[in-house]
Design a protein around this ligand. Structure first.
Ligand code: SP5
Ligand code: ZN
Length: 340
């Protein structure tokens, strides 16, 4: 029976909104996503395992302590300042060129601080955001424990997602990079190389940058072509590929055939690994409102099968997927394929 790891604390992040091109629009990364996935897993007979608390060691191997420290206290400091916005949101960005690469000053204003760590305006922080993001790390690390204790496959029902977070910057509805933390911990416990295969509809830019230039963590991402106008816009191109990083950008409208061919390429790339992290976004689905890829439920099951054929100890970490009616069934399809 497939174990899946859960924490109620992951529901505590309620972004309510995202500021996109200057407009405050309703949030898509909502607590109901995780509840829908949990419901589908329970119906499918998966075994719920409560997340256990883990120390910060693995978290601080992949993230700058300054980012972690900011996120831990961001809401507290923002709310104490009695600002007109009910969520932490940047208005000015400490781009490195602004200071010719010198470290920017620690700003005196609470409302300037997010600009040291955020790279977009869509990723709001409110009460419970830190608790949920940190709980998602515990969920991922508990799934790593299950696999290092002998399970071949474990699913981490992480929320908020994480794959857009770099070593020191958050964005893309993500705060802490759960998949990267899981990979780092697997590397320590199982030995290298380990692989991260990211099949979220968007490029796993945070994970790519965290491990860039390292041969002990292989990163592969299958995603909609940023060159066609899709987030994260500035990277995710095939030309960033090297011996330890593979990007397979796909044209908008790509369906099962093209997407599964890319998943096969990612699996081949990851074959030398001793353990696998799957960054599972189901937002490449045809029904999903946030991407133009057109993958079917059968496609997700086949992707699971392809990745399962690697025969590696595997931790699956939840990333995106925003259609509340299908997100749960699509996760179950993928895990069913993986478990065969
Ligand atoms: C983890 C993940 O899937 N993150 C997705 C981040 C990309 N979001 C880009 C959103 C662009 C504009 N969305 C408009 C929706 C209006 N609410
Ligand atoms: Zn996504």
């Amino acid at each position: 029976m497939l174990p899946f790891v859960w924490s109620d604390d992951c529901l505590r992040h309620e972004p309510e909104a995202e500021v996109w091109i200057g407009v405050r629009t309703p949030a898509t990364e909502v607590p109901a996503r995780a509840l829908a996935i949990r419901e589908a897993l329970l119906v499918a007979g998966a075994q719920e395992v409560a997340a256990t608390k883990h120390h910060d060691a693995a978290l601080l191997r992949v993230h700058d302590p300054a980012l972690v420290g900011f996120l831990r206290t961001a809401w507290e400091n923002w709310s104490a300042a009695k600002l007109p916005s009910d969520r932490v949101v940047p208005y000015v960005f400490a781009r490195s060129e602004l200071t010719s690469g010198r470290a920017p000053a620690a700003p005196a204003a609470v409302w300037a601080r997010p600009g040291l760590f955020a790279y977009d305006t869509m990723t709001l922080i409110g009460p419970g955001t830190w608790e949920a993001a940190r709980a998602a790390v515990d969920v991922a690390l508990t799934a790593v424990d299950l696999v290092t204790d002998g399970e071949r496959l474990a699913y981490a029902c992480c929320r908020p997602p994480g794959h857009h977070v770099t070593r020191s910057l958050y964005g893309g509805s993500c705060y802490l990079n759960d998949a990267a933390v899981a990979a780092s911990e697997l590397l320590n416990r199982v030995g290298g190389p380990v692989a991260v295969i990211d099949i979220d509809a968007h490029h796993g830019n945070g994970t790519q940058e965290i491990f860039f230039g390292r041969s002990d963590v292989l990163t592969a991402s299958v995603h909609v072509d940023p060159g066609a106008g899709w987030f994260p816009h500035f990277l995710g191109f095939a030309a960033e590929s090297d011996a330890a990083n593979l990007n397979v950008p796909l044209a908008p409208g790509t369906g099962d055939e093209g997407w599964l061919s890319a998943v096969r390429d990612a699996a081949t790339f990851a074959a030398p690994a001793r353990a696998l992290v799957v960054a599972l976004g189901v937002d490449a689905a045809a029904e999903d409102p946030e991407s133009p890829l057109e993958v079917s439920a059968a496609g997700y099951r086949e992707a699971g099968r392809i990745l399962g054929e690697l025969g590696l100890p595997t931790v699956v970490v939840q990333e995106g997927g925003y259609d509340l009616a299908t997100v749960g069934p699509l996760v179950v399809e993928t895990l069913t394929g993986l478990a065969r």
